[in-house]
Design a protein around this ligand. Structure first.
Ligand code: SF4
Length: 413
């Protein structure tokens, strides 16, 4: 009996090394690997094949270790060239990023884009192209003027009752259209004194009932540091809710560990604001990560930036919204792309955003329709926009057009 158990253990550890379970059914879509006999780690066949091809000395355990993913993130053109053929436009852009938003791609996310065309939506998300080097006259660094709303380092206090707390400038992937491209990816860390000043600021402002912990991506920090941040915020009596803004389930899903969930559970009510841009981001690993968060009891919302050629049409947006709801993620905001330098190739017209919303409202569940907003240049805050459903409005009545174009009247008296 002992000998058999040992054999089984040996086989299991072998299978973890080669990334293939011995009792995996042929053609199965994914493999679930055990950790201490608890099947919590999931590796898709896609990831497994990619790992064998480009990280042949790596084990499944390492691949599923978020710190390994961060240590092995692709940050240079030489590393990227080993994995995929690059276009001239991409090469020129990567070679000229000095001082701009850096490039960083987790091996996990690279596995989603390595055999894609140059125009693939996920590829465009993380690999710069030469258009990014062009600055249009209406673009500016920090278009939302966050610096002028920052009373102490890390804090942005724009709205009366809520605060944005940027706890890190690091992300596991850098999105090429990032609103904070002026600050993320820079080596500007908050020290202990900075954190203490930020906590003191929140404590001194009794009107603040909602703190959005963002960055960069806060989930790139260790559990211990996150716990320290959340515990300090939670100890402030007037803070009612805390939100975490993160793209981690999309770009580094293995970061959503049981330890992380257990730590976060201590800080309820805690909302998690995710960031999705395309339905192809919803992989088995991503679903697993979102399910863990939802099972942990955290309300999940998602923000999406409207991006030209990536998600600026109704079928793609609808598919993304439906996939989000299937993962218990409620679509929250659809953002008009901010006017950051080098974003011209990503920006659509506002009219396009209204068309997308018009194509969703009434044609799918209300839960699947995000609020379309323009974050006003200069720091005016988010302004919601709706297609015009009002045909006529006077003191007697309002005449409305429904989603099918049918006119309806409602009395005002
Ligand atoms: S994850 Fe968020 S903060 Fe980081 S680069 Fe993307 S948009 Fe910017």
């Amino acid at each position: 009996m002992n000998a058999n158990n040992n054999e089984v253990t040996a086989l299991r550890s072998e299978s973890r090394l080669v990334g293939c379970s011995s009792d995996e059914e042929p053609g199965a879509k994914s493999m679930i690997f055990s950790q201490n006999e608890i099947p919590t780690q999931l590796v898709s066949n896609r990831s497994s094949e990619f790992m064998h091809r480009y990280f042949p000395l790596t084990t499944i355990d390492s691949w599923n270790d978020w710190k390994w993913q961060l240590r092995n993130a692709i940050t240079s053109i030489d590393e990227l060239k080993k994995i995929m053929k690059l276009s001239e436009k991409e090469i020129m852009a990567i070679n000229n990023l000095k001082g701009r938003l850096p490039m960083r791609i987790t091996p996990y996310f690279a596995s989603l884009i390595h055999e894609t065309s140059y125009s693939h939506p996920l590829r465009r998300n993380v690999i710069p192209v030469v258009e990014e080097l062009l600055q249009h006259s209406n673009e500016q660094s920090d278009p939302l003027h966050e610096k002028s709303f920052s009373p102490v380092k890390g804090i942005v206090h724009r709205y009366p009752d809520r605060i944005l707390f940027t706890v890190t400038q690091v992300c596991s992937n850098y999105c090429r259209y990032c609103t904070r491209s002026h600050s993320v990816g820079k080596l500007d860390k908050l020290g202990k004194q900075d954190f203490e000043k930020a906590f003191a600021y929140i404590a001194a402002h009794k009107e603040v009932r909602d703190v959005l912990v963002s960055g960069g991506d806060p989930l790139t920090l260790s559990d211990e540091l996150l716990d320290y941040i959340l515990s300090n915020i939670r100890s402030i009596g007037h803070v009612e809710i805390v939100r975490i803004g993160t793209r981690i389930p999309v770009v580094l899903p293995m970061r959503i560990t049981d330890n992380l969930i257990n730590m976060l559970k201590k800080h309820q009510p805690l909302f998690i604001s995710l960031h999705f841009s395309h339905p192809s981001e919803v992989t088995e690993e991503c679903i697993n990560a979102c399910n863990k968060l939802a099972d942990g009891g955290f309300p999940l919302g998602s923000q999406t930036v409207l991006l030209k050629g990536i998600n600026d049409n109704v079928p793609v947006m609808k598919e993304l919204m439906h996939k989000l709801l299937m993962m218990r993620v409620r679509p929250y905001y659809l953002y008009q792309c901010d006017l950051i330098p080098g974003s011209g190739h990503f920006r659509t017209t506002v009219k396009k955003g209204l068309e997308v919303i018009k194509g969703l409202r009434g044609f799918t569940s209300g839960y699947a329709v995000p609020t379309f907003v323009v974050d006003a240049p200069g720091g005016g805050g988010k302004i919601p926009l709706l297609p015009n459903y009002v045909v006529e409005h006077n003191s007697e009545k309002i005449v409305l057009r429904n989603y099918k174009g049918v006119l309806c009247e409602y009395p005002e008296k």
